[in-house]
Design a protein around this ligand. Structure first.
Ligand SMILES: [Zn+2]
Length: 499
């Protein structure tokens, strides 16, 4: 997500762009409608399919790409279950805006990581479970709080298909944060019945049963139904769109594994447009119907993507899109970035930031929430490089601006890799690690630095990784003794001196 306190910096940069006539972003965006209008008047109540068309073959080797070694989080251990290694979620979701009702069928293929007589998924208590099956057999399930405990014998390394049917009016959950751009995460509903999600560090369980931890990436397919002309948007490729009996149904396929906090869904009155980067990546923009200037502003993403590919190598996924929602924040949801409709969250620095996350955060994800600095540090550094180039200042001047807030945020919220768990997403996980990367660049030179920047996401493609793995890899790649340096920047109580 973007660093919220960069509003001033970003707007300063933006003003410079507009004044010099080379900016194409926010001019004219102010005053645009922020909503696509009232809910559809059709009486249609979309329903999830009654029966599965196809029961997945759990042993299909196509799922092997999503094999993980899930762990219990050191910061938020109450969410996620290391007994489950989710491989594929098939989510069928029907949203009725007028009644705020979600009807869902989740078909999950998972690997048991040990022998047990039950397994556990996360599912918010606002959702009522009507039926659970394992490999087609109805089983008992206990849904206490957000824990859905399924009574079924499982054997280590065997794979199972669990189907969960549920309904309810989803509610977001409290986030462990003091940020001002969000206080809850998960499925959020607007006054007119639109729905959207953002859920870092957790909150996917407010709309589907899930092993809600980033150490367990999985593949996804979505079937989304909503009264026409509204439409459902999710991660990945739009593979089918149909409208019948007053209901619009879309199917989405995510071809590479994602962490649950990087999934997204939005229901609303959307129109899509697209443009293409010079490198040939088509970018799709889902904006409220009747807001062409919002879409036009977003088209700057294409040039931003070209800039990023020049530093990071080819875009790592097969699709890219943006969906605008009624939030004050933005989120790097995999292949379909979710952005609030504020001047800041629609600004070019934020577009670049969220696209940089597709490599840092999405292609390679943190194995434990204590290492969210792995996402935000490099993304903030790349954003800083882009801003410096765009505004004609030096990278050192940009880093001076970062350093101006780093000591304070570190003092308030803790060291970047040992932050206060109640202050998730503060400036300390952004600025200090960004400054650290700049110091490493100064130490090892541009060639070595940009080769590690390019190679790390590829080296852990589709995986989740932790600090020990990353640090060892960095030392191996650079031939440098880096432990003291990394310790000081990431775990030190005060900001190390800069070169
Ligand atoms: Zn971010």
């Amino acid at each position: 997500m973007p660093e919220r306190r960069l509003v001033l910096l970003a707007l300063t940069a933006l003003t410079a762009l507009v004044l010099t006539g080379c900016g194409t972003t926010l001019t004219g965006v102010k005053g645009q409608p922020v909503s696509g209008g009232p809910p559809p008047t059709t009486a249609a109540t979309p329903e999830a399919p009654e029966t599965d068309v196809v029961t997945p073959d759990a042993d299909d080797p196509a799922y092997d790409i999503a094999l993980s070694e899930p762990v219990e989080d050191s910061y938020y251990p109450e969410v996620g279950d290391p007994g489950v290694d989710a491989l594929h979620y098939d989510l069928s979701l029907a949203w009725t805006p007028r009644s705020r009702s979600l009807e869902g069928v989740t078909t999950l293929v998972f690997r048991a990581t040990g022998d047990a007589d039950s397994f556990q998924l996360d599912l918010a208590p606002a959702l009522d479970v009507s039926r659970v099956t394992v490999d087609g057999e109805k089983v008992d399930a206990d849904h206490a709080g957000k824990d859905l405990v399924v009574a079924s014998d499982v054997v280590e390394d065997r794979r199972y298909v669990v189907e969960v049917r549920y309904t309810g009016t989803p509610e977001p959950v409290a986030a462990p944060t003091i940020r001002q751009d969000f206080s809850t995460t998960g499925f959020t509903t607007t006054p007119s019945g639109e729905a959207w999600t953002m859920q870092e560090p957790y909150g996917a369980h407010t709309w589907y049963p899930v092993n809600d931890h980033p150490s367990d990436k999985a593949l996804y397919d979505f079937t989304l139904s909503v009264p026409s002309p509204w439409v459902g948007v999710a991660n990945g490729e739009l593979v089918e769109r149909t409208a019948a009996a007053g209901t619009t149904t879309t199917r989405w396929h995510l071809a590479e594994p994602a962490a649950s906090y990087l999934t997204t869904v939005a229901f609303g009155d959307y129109t899509s447009t697209s443009n293409t980067s010079a490198s040939g990546v088509e970018i799709t923009y889902w904006v409220p119907t009747g807001s062409p200037r919002l879409a036009a502003g977003l088209e700057a993403a294409a040039a931003g993507l070209d800039w990023l590919e020049g530093r990071l190598g080819p875009y790592p996924f097969d699709t890219l899109g943006f969906v605008l929602v009624d939030s004050q924040s933005g989120m790097e949801t995999q292949t379909m970035i979710t952005l609030g409709k504020t001047d800041y969250t629609l600004s070019e620095p934020v577009l670049v930031h969220e696209m940089a996350h597709q490599w840092y955060g999405d292609q390679v994800s943190p194995h434990d929430w204590r290492d969210v600095w792995m996402n935000e540090g490099m993304t903030m550094y790349l954003q800083g490089m882009w801003e410096a180039e765009s505004t004609g200042i030096t990278i050192d001047e940009q880093m001076d601006a970062y350093a101006a807030t780093e000591a304070t945020s570190r003092a308030e919220s803790g060291p970047p890799a040992a932050y206060d768990p109640g202050e998730f997403g503060e400036g300390n996980i952004y600025y200090g690690p960004a400054l650290m990367w700049h110091e490493l660049r100064e130490r090892i030179g541009d060639d070595a630095f940009f080769s590690i920047v390019r190679d790390w996401p590829t080296a852990r493609d589709n995986r989740s990784a932790g600090r020990d793995d990353y640090w060892a890899w960095l030392e191996e790649q650079t031939g440098e003794e880096l432990t003291a340096f990394l310790d000081a920047w990431l775990l030190g109580e005060t900001t190390p001196s800069r070169s």
